[in-house]
Write a protein that binds this ligand. Structure first.
Ligand code: NAP
Length: 422
């Protein structure tokens, strides 16, 4: 169907809410109506439990912040097991199309179907929609049992490149004709030896992909008054891929943020007393970054890093503050963004109203901030802070918090809503 200039999808499985509006985008800027349509994927396993609690929190925060002026019109789209049952497909094309059309979406965890040839649904979403930055803020919530002595010193936002690197999906199983053909090609064309019978994966990293990710991280640092952006890489070993990432990162900083950033090396050269007049751009080798985050976390605010490093460091940093189960995430591109739980489907707790909804709730905060609805986001953060500080938590946090009161998924949602108002 064509409406004015715009193509509008005819949805077979989803229903577009009436009386609400599409988010529009022009020249990289999103314009958010007061009643935006936002697609959501409930998720598999514990997804429905989590979504039920989370959506109540989102609606309560928007109502509390803006009264009847603003309201989100939720539009369910199918993915994962629910989609497979209804459509025979794990990720129906119309669900991807809905995210493309409505631009901002939120999802619960999805089962990765086991079996040859089926890609991770999460990876598919990121690649199909070119959601090139996986953003993971990591902070401490007072009261959560954390392994660090001073978890409150951790307050970092990780920008992980999301579509390149060894996640590009170009790999060949050991012993296949494809792997052998590639091995022979590399031997004859480049005189490089790969052991016979090896599996081979390709690690593509481009200046384009690296620069746009680092650019987003620097823009975030400037907008949020952060002191530094650290390029985390393994360029001492993988000189052209990870080393390239570092070089391209410095290049974009120099070329596009001239008076707004300063390289750490230049600052050091200026002498010990020199003060940074702008965001400091520095780089660290990946293995050293893990040590630094344990020993001197206060020196790091924003980290920009290739895909695989980012996967590791995001979970490691969240574990440092005891918050792996409540870590939020967002996959963001220039044309769309999908906010999501960072944990899996935890199927053994499905339907028990037991699981922690905190990861989706805090991903919703990221979504609201992305929309510029900061007041609603701040209310939810306040609600989560108050719920945890009062020791009203689900079983997983209760395990780490002696003296706390264990509540259900629904109970935690209620505590967050009450915490917004206290
Ligand atoms: P998982 O679902 O994350 O669960 C592992 C364990 O982590 C759970 O048994 C539970 O620990 C804890 N946990 C996870 N989420 C929690 C929450 N919200 N609140 C409290 N505790 C939580 O990992 P998995 O068992 O390896 O994966 C299950 C499925 O999820 C797989 O199909 C996998 O592919 C998929 N997955 C999806 C995503 C995604 O959609 N983003 C991410 C990862 C995995 P205890 O048992 O100790 O309580």
């Amino acid at each position: 169907m064509v409406q004015g200039e715009r193509k509008v999808t005819d949805y077979k499985f989803a229903t577009v809410p009436a009386g609400a509006d599409r988010i529009e985008a022009a020249a990289g800027k999103f314009s958010i109506p007061d009643h935006p349509i936002i697609p959501f994927i409930e998720g598999d396993g514990t997804g429905p439990d989590i979504w039920r609690a989370s959506v109540r929190v989102f609606d309560a925060a928007v109502r509390e912040a803006y009264g009847s002026k603003r309201k989100i019109a939720w539009m369910e789209i199918l993915a994962g097991e629910k989609a497979f049952k209804a459509t025979g497909e794990w990720m129906p094309a119309e669900s991807l199309e809905a995210v493309r059309e409505f631009k901002i979406a939120i999802k619960g965890p999805l089962t990765t179907p086991v079996g040859g040839g089926i890609r991770s649904l999460n990876v598919a979403l990121r690649q199909e929609l070119d959601l090139y930055a996986c953003i993971r803020p990591v902070r401490y919530f007072k009261g959560v049992g954390a392994p660090m002595k001073h978890p409150e010193k951790v307050n970092i936002t990780i920008f992980r490149e999301n579509v390149e690197d060894v996640y590009s999906g170009i790999e060949f199983r050991a012993g296949t004709p494809e792997a052998e053909k590639l091995r022979a090609f590399i031997k004859t064309e480049f005189n490089k030896n790969i052991r016979e019978g090896s599996a081979i994966g390709i690690k593509p990293m481009s200046p384009f992909g690296s620069k746009r990710l680092v650019k987003m991280a620097i823009e975030y640092a400037i907008k949020h008054n952060k002191k530094s952006v650290t390029l985390m890489h393994k360029g001492n070993i993988m000189k052209f891929t990870e080393g390239g990432f570092r070089d391209w990162g410095y290049e974009i900083a120099r070329d596009e943020f001239k008076n707004l950033v300063i390289a750490e090396a230049d600052l050091n050269q200026a002498g010990g007393g020199a003060r940074a007049d702008g965001v400091i751009i520095k780089d660290r080798i990946a293995d050293s970054m893990f040590q630094q985050l344990l020993l001197r976390p206060e020196d790091y605010d924003v980290i920009a890093t290739p895909n695989l490093n980012g996967d590791y460091v995001s979970d490691a940093a969240a574990a440092q503050v005891g918050g792996l189960g409540i870590a939020p995430g967002g996959n963001v591109g220039d044309a769309a963004a999908v906010f999501e739980a960072t944990h899996g489907t935890a199927p053994k707790y499905a339907g028990l109203d037991k699981i922690n909804p905190g990861s989706v709730i805090l991903s919703g905060v990221m979504m609201l901030e992305h929309m510029g609805w900061n007041e609603a986001g701040a209310l939810i953060v306040k609600g989560v802070e108050n719920a945890i500080a009062a020791g009203t938590v689900t079983y997983d946090l209760a395990r780490q918090m002696p003296g706390s009161k264990e509540v259900s998924t629904t109970g935690f949602g209620d505590a967050v809503i009450a915490g917004m108002r206290s």
